[in-house]
Write a protein that binds this ligand. Sequence first.
Ligand SMILES: Nc1ncnc2c1ncn2[C@@H]1O[C@H](COP(=O)(O)OP(=O)(O)OP(=O)(O)O)[C@@H](O)[C@H]1O
Ligand SMILES: [Mg+2]
Length: 178
Amino acid sequence: MATLANQQAKRPSGVLPDRWQLTLRDRRATLRLGERFGAMLPPGAVLGLVGELGAGKTTFVQGVAKGVAVADLRQVLSPTYTLSNEYPGGRLLLVHMDFYRLEGADSARALGLEDTLGRVDTLAVVEWADRAPDLLPQGSIWMHFQYHPGELRRVQVQGCEPPTGFRWSELDPSVPGW
Ligand SMILES: Nc1ncnc2c1ncn2[C@@H]1O[C@H](COP(=O)(O)OP(=O)(O)OP(=O)(O)O)[C@@H](O)[C@H]1O
Ligand SMILES: [Mg+2]
């Protein structure tokens, strides 16, 4: 996704990371990260978001929506009952799914959710994607949000390069759980 020109100079080795982590100090940081992704990801990109209740997944999607420049940011809420919302008006159609209430991958297929994921000219973001990981196409970006009491969150990203402009000093590849 991002050009790495800026980071290359600051990193100890020239090897691109296949997974990386950021500390999100408050809600605004999560929104900013989402905004960056929303502005830069290519058509057809699929993001699988993982993390417990309150970890910041929906907040991140609200940032993505801003980056995509969807028409009405007030509509960007977790699609808990419908499982899928679509937000038009931006550079891509933003598809926002939430698998929390999904009853198995088969029911998702029956609802046609799988066909929507990766559709050209969309950017798809799926909360609780780990409930039906097989529905996400190969090449999806996975983001694990870690809840911490207070405003601190951590996010671990796999499947894309870090966007430009984030401080490498905040990365910590030695986090347990990888
Ligand atoms: N660093 C942070 N990043 C994101 N949200 C934060 C942060 N710090 C505090 N918050 C607060 O935590 C809450 C996160 O809620 P959010 O709906 O984004 O979580 P979620 O992961 O989507 O949960 P759910 O699984 O219930 O859908 C919000 O109230 C937000 O204001
Ligand atoms: Mg949510």
